[in-house]
Design a binder for this molecule. Structure first.
Ligand SMILES: [Zn+2]
Ligand SMILES: [Zn+2]
Length: 133
């Protein structure tokens, strides 16, 4: 791929090749997601029922952050919500306050194994389900 110099004002890499702005400007031509329709189908047919079932079973929140309500109302995704991660196994029952707590406390989330890099070799390990005491 052709390399462009970054033209984004104030960017650390302005005037050089920049990984943040590989096309040289802020306006990345975003491919229109052809799967958006498919994704909403997956949401409706798989994910929503998963959440519903989990909530109906009175599943406790697994994250147990300092703001936890104790009752899961959704899922926290350990590796994001893209593709098969949305409905896959790498998600844990989570309450709303915990979900936003993890969103805004990246260090806490990582330290407690609630946020994993796709490239983390420990991704499959049991550590993921370790509980806060
Ligand atoms: Zn840049
Ligand atoms: Zn919680």
């Amino acid at each position: 791929m052709e390399k462009h110099l970054c033209k984004v004002k104030g960017c650390l890499n302005e005037g050089r090749y920049c990984r943040l702005h590989p096309s040289g400007s802020l306006k990345e031509p975003k491919p229109i997601a052809p799967r958006s329709k498919k994704l909403s189908e997956v949401m409706k047919k798989e994910y929503v029922p998963q959440v519903k079932e989990m909530v109906e079973k009175n599943t406790p929140c697994k994250v147990k952050s300092p703001v936890c309500t104790g009752k899961a109302t959704g899922f926290h995704h350990l590796v994001g919500r893209l593709g098969k991660e949305l409905t896959g196994k790498r998600k844990v029952p989570c309450c709303d306050p915990c979900n936003s707590f993890l969103e805004s406390n990246d260090a806490y989330a990582r330290a407690n194994g609630w946020k994993l890099s796709k490239f983390n070799p420990e991704l499959q390990s049991e550590k993921v389900y370790k509980r806060e005491k």
